[in-house]
Design a protein around this ligand. Sequence first.
Ligand code: ASP
Length: 328
Amino acid sequence: MPFVTRRALAALALAPAVLAAPALAQGTFPARLVTMIIPFAAGGPTDTVGRLIAQAMGADLGQPVVVENVGGAGGTLGAQRLANARPDGHTILLHHIGIATIPTLYRRLAYDPINAFEPLGMVTEVPMTLIGRRNIEANSLAELVALIRRRGENLNYANAGIGAASHLCGLLLMKAVDTRMTTVPYRGTGPAMNDLVAGTVDLMCDQTTNTTEQIRAGTVRAFAVTTPERVSALPDLPTATQGGLQGFEVSVWHGLYAPRGTPAPVMERLNRALVVALGNEGVARRFADLGTAPVPAERASPAFHRQFWMADIAKWRPLIQAAGQFAD
Ligand code: ASP
């Protein structure tokens, strides 16, 4: 066979493979492991939620979903990592309510805090609890309020940086009590909890996904849950309103994000895996144990998630502006 003909045949033989390449690339997503960025330190509540979801999503996707903790600066370092990631679905982010407060709190960021991300679906809504070191000089919320008013900036309030839920909860608490405390920032409330248990900081407000087991074990003292209703995982804990502190209400929601520009079929595949993970019995059982639950199916859609996120940005903006504490 003449050389030219052989080359022509080879080209013909290759043609279908070349033509099929884009379809194959989409069809085989994920082509390798998926990295789930957690914008807070390991051992904290966002990490706990993320690891449970990552494992169940990985089982559905047929590739591991590996958690990478990128803590610091109230979650903005981890979010920035996603903003700079390739939009191919192999890097996703689990963030919490901070993604709705950061656009107001941070006036100078190296990424666009709204347009850099595509919502994939909400994950869970978690109550917050107000807790103190085990030997703090208050036995009830009323006594704690009196202590805060008396000692003010001599009390250390731990949080995960400006933009964290613990920061937001602290702002609301200090506003409700009308007294400032000294804030001590960490890369996440996992390490902050270690210091609270050790008694080197005085107070913290954090998700039940981090506090339930410590409260049950008596390693910290709990004063209130910040939702309108009590939580079944901690039935003896009063709500802040029951404890006499009106207007101190916040619950934390988590959502999953891909970088803007991620192809629609990849977004759909990731959302399907999220929905499967939220329906996983083991995930639901562990969530219940930690005082939370997977969101109902309709909230796990990208459309609902986007609408909820935008409404939350609008809800928190005036409160943050009134508090006048910005990150820059
Ligand atoms: N719960 C923390 C916060 O936003 C963050 C974390 O460590 O998960 O305050």
